[in-house]
Design a protein around this ligand. Structure first.
Ligand code: HSE
Length: 313
């Protein structure tokens, strides 16, 4: 096999209370990636559709993630090979729904398939995290893990990397609004406090534990009560126009709760069932239609499988 087509999903990191540890994959939107194995050593980016991304390969997350993959592969197998990448970006860079993670996860997953699965899932996540380091200054895993593993994931530890999948309740749906303003993840991380109050930490870990319990019990009321963030959201919310209005109005019409998607500017709300999720998305549209800001909205189920591929050559 010489080339494959990959579908790599958007992801929502943090899920309110789980900063840098919880994330989930969406069925929609997804990036499409064409990856070709080549006998010429090195990595080349053939074309990027849908957006302008850095031409400098060292700043391109797909390139960097694949470079880490290739370095390890060549060390272990003592074989020189190369890759060519074509990216169709349906997930807007800087949207807060894991655009860089989709590129990084997609290429390392695809390269692993093309080479006959030399690496395991944790190794692929490590390579993809190096792409995240380029994009945001920190190698966080809460977007690349759900992109690669699918569903809902929890990073128990970064050193050593220990990531587990969580149960996804059957009727869990998500609504997203992406205001077309730019918030760089690196900036959104820089404004955060490095120390937090014990009282806030206690409330936060109570919520994370209860969220996980709520997911396993399919207890939507418990999930709803747990979707609170006392640490990151109060600082980042000021960057997102009408953030609290969105939350209040969406909850009034039945959303379980929500918050900032990753580092923003997208905002997510969870719902029980497709019908409520669609109503919530309409409410997001209504709130933003009064502002002078362009935006996009999505309604999606949870993507249980993560990144997928199909053969093209
Ligand atoms: N956990 C990361 C953050 C996700 O909130 O900065 C970035 O998408």
């Amino acid at each position: 096999m010489k080339g494959i087509k990959i579908f790599s999903p958007a992801t929502v990191a943090n899920l309110a209370c789980g900063f840098d540890v919880i994330g989930l994959a969406l069925d929609f939107p997804k990036d499409e990636i064409f990856l070709y194995k080549s006998n010429n050593p090195g990595i080349r980016i053939r074309k990027i559709h849908g957006t302008s991304l850095p031409n400098d390969p060292k700043k391109n997350v797909a390139f960097v993630a694949l470079q880490f993959f290739l370095k390890k592969y060549q060390q272990e197998k003592e074989k020189k090979i190369g890759f060519e990448i074509e990216l169709i970006k349906n997930i807007h860079p800087g949207s807060g729904i894991g655009s860089s993670a989709a590129s990084a996860a997609g290429v390392v997953y695809g390269a692993n398939v093309l080479l006959g699965y030399p690496f395991n899932t944790m190794q692929l996540i490590r390579f993809a995290m190096e792409g995240e380091r380029i994009a945001s200054g920190t190698a966080h895993a809460d977007n690349v893990a759900p992109a690669i593993m699918g569903g809902l994931t929890l990073v128990r530890s970064y050193q050593p990397l220990d990531i587990t999948k969580l149960h996804v309740p059957n009727e869990l749906w998500i609504s997203i609004i992406h205001p077309q303003i730019e918030i760089k993840t690196s900036d959104a991380r820089e404004i955060l406090k490095q120390k937090i109050l014990m009282t806030d930490a206690i409330r936060q870990w109570g919520n994370i534990g209860a969220l996980v319990a709520g997911l396993y019990q399919e207890n939507y009321r418990l999930i709803s009560r747990s979707l609170e963030d006392f640490i990151v959201e109060p600082i980042r919310a000021i960057l997102i126009p009408a953030f609290y209005e969105l939350k209040i109005r969406c909850k009034e019409i039945g959303a379980l709760g929500g918050g900032i998607s990753g580092s923003g500017p997208s905002v997510f709300m969870l719902s029980k069932g497709n019908h409520t999720a669609k109503k919530v998305t309409e409410m997001m549209n209504r709130v933003y239609s009064t502002l002078q800001i362009d935006y996009k909205t999505y309604t999606s189920s949870i993507n249980q499988k993560g990144v997928k591929w199909s053969k093209i050559l």
